[in-house]
Write a protein that binds this ligand. Structure first.
Ligand code: ZN
Ligand code: ZN
Length: 163
């Protein structure tokens, strides 16, 4: 997801550019607005992604859609005319326009995806998961186990009864 901004960097602060995002996994669409700022380019993007996940109940791999809203300044490192380095207050946590005046939002998308991901994803809301006793995937078929697992302390009592 590259944007070439050498032209935009020659425009006055406040100049905007609008883009439609091309599908490029995990992105399947979206749009971005780039605005020239005093220190670089502000990227505001609504990105539709498919997040890869593993069901927290049955461990099946699946994907689910999410929209992430990115808002980040990409700092300018070199002068667009002369290529000389520009002093910047940005540190290594910030995003940068590369020396060829290109913005790559892939890493920003990746970071925002992590924030947008479900803590306990489910392949479907009523996923029955895996039987805690026999380990069978209950989505495929029911198992013969009944009720909750037997507490080992009750098993000891049962054993006493049958002496
Ligand atoms: Zn599941
Ligand atoms: Zn079972």
């Amino acid at each position: 997801m590259l944007f070439h901004v050498s032209r935009l960097l020659q425009e006055p602060v406040g100049t905007k550019r609008w883009y439609e995002l091309q599908a490029e996994p995990p992105v399947h669409g979206g749009k971005a607005t780039l605005t020239r700022t005093p220190t670089g380019v502000l990227v505001e993007a609504q990105v539709d992604v498919v997040l890869e996940a593993e069901c927290s109940r049955c461990l099946t791999a699946f994907g689910y859609p999410r929209r992430v809203n990115i808002e980040e300044v990409f700092y300018q490192q070199v002068d667009v005319h002369t290529g000389t380095p520009i002093e910047t207050e940005a540190d290594t946590d910030n995003f940068f326009i590369d020396r060829k005046h290109t913005i790559d939002i892939s890493e920003a998308v990746r970071q925002y995806e992590v924030m947008a991901a479900e803590m306990q994803p489910l392949c479907r809301l009523d996923c029955p998961g895996i039987c805690a006793q026999c380990g069978r995937d209950l989505t495929e078929s029911a198992c013969a186990c009944t009720g909750p697992p037997i507490d080992p302390r009750w098993q000891a009592l049962e054993a006493l009864k049958h002496r």
